[in-house]
Design a protein around this ligand. Structure first.
Ligand code: 13P
Length: 335
């Protein structure tokens, strides 16, 4: 087994999943504003440190994706954040893209930037303790979009990023996110997501990326949030598996879904059904941001000192998703 493949398995095997705590300062400030907490570096660290020192970090959370600010912060116990995460039994990772910018030639769409100087930044993150990285390409669905241009430029960037990350002995998370905003049907989502993922693998192969040493982070196949034709959770699971079966090469060890705006329980329920119906060799788990943190953040915002209560909520959510990643979750386990 290669070193990269063994990192992948440490992060996602046996029902373990990923906590996406890599919100940029802008996004995190928005989340904190929504619950009336002032967004300061200290408050951002306090919430995140509360999560990172929860007991579920040992049994459920195989990896944590950090943001540049957090990976350089020192915990209240005076150790590095990457050390705190490692001591809890999880692996630290880092978001390395610098965000989605308007795509020249198709100004209604975006392309993700961050390749310039990436090799040097990766070396720095590696020294800080990162074992894996994340880069997110983002695509909206409408009649004419995503365009071939956006599909191909984002795939190219994801592949160049992945090759640089593996060169630096870290595992790249490849995240092509087809957004759920819009009126589109689940069939449209299936068609577009398949096209996006196929192109990503075409580029990853061209750039000689070791597919056994990556984690794919896709969206589930859902009808748009404004669609009149919603589909059942069973159908979501079946279409998601159909999409991945047809577009992901079998060497890829695992797939860790983003939650993308689904509610906490919905994201858990869909993951559980995906695993019930999973007739592939892919590990299917979670890499959730909002669907792991929402309730914990809301609770914490009422009393920033209530660490134990906040951790209890985060532990519960993580446990539910770890059960779902093994197809063992049921609704009556929810509190
Ligand atoms: P959500 O689960 O909130 O979609 O976040 C996952 C993520 O990392 C988006 O890039």
């Amino acid at each position: 087994m290669s070193e990269l493949n063994s990192i992948v398995l440490k992060i996602i095997k046996s029902g373990k999943g990923i906590l996406a705590a890599d919100e940029s300062t802008g996004t995190m400030s928005k989340r904190l504003d929504e619950v009336n907490v002032t967004s300061t570096p200290e408050n951002r660290l306090l919430f995140r440190e509360t999560l990172f020192s929860s007991s579920c970090m040992t049994d459920c959370i195989g990896g944590v994706i950090l943001y540049d600010e957090t990976i350089k912060q020192i915990s209240s116990k005076k150790n590095k954040i990457t050390e705190l995460i490692s001591e809890m039994g999880s692996l630290p990772g880092i978001k390395v893209d610098t965000g989605a910018k308007v795509l020249a030639g198709s100004p209604d769409e975006n392309v993700t930037e961050g390749l310039d100087g990436l090799r040097e930044r990766l070396k720095e993150y590696y020294k800080l303790g990162a074992k894996f990285t994340k880069w997110r390409g983002v695509y909206a669905i409408s009649k004419d979009y995503p365009s071939k241009l956006s599909i191909s430029s984002n795939a190219h960037a994801l592949a160049r990023y992945s090759a640089l990350v593996q060169e630096c002995n870290m595992v790249p998370i490849v995240e092509p996110e087809v957004l759920m905003e819009g009126e589109h049907s689940a069939e449209d989502c299936l068609k577009k997501t398949s096209e996006v993922i196929n192109k990503c693998f075409e580029e990853l192969i061209l750039h000689k990326v070791d597919l056994k040493g990556i984690i794919l982070k896709p969206n589930m196949i859902l009808a748009g949030n404004k669609s009149k034709n919603k589909i059942s959770n069973d159908e979501i699971a079946k279409l998601t598996i159909k999409c991945l079966k047809n577009s992901v090469p079998s060497e890829v060890p695992g797939i860790a879904f983003l939650s993308g705006g689904q509610s906490e329980v919905e994201a858990t329920q869909n993951l559980n059904l995906i695993n019930k119906y999973n007739d592939t060799n892919f590990i299917m788990t979670y890499s959730y941001g909002r669907a792991l943190q929402q309730s914990a953040l809301k609770f914490w915002s009422k009393d920033l000192k209530n660490i134990e209560g906040t951790q209890k909520i985060f532990n519960h959510r993580s446990k539910m998703n770890t059960l779902a990643a093994q197809g063992k979750w049921s609704k009556d386990l929810e509190i």
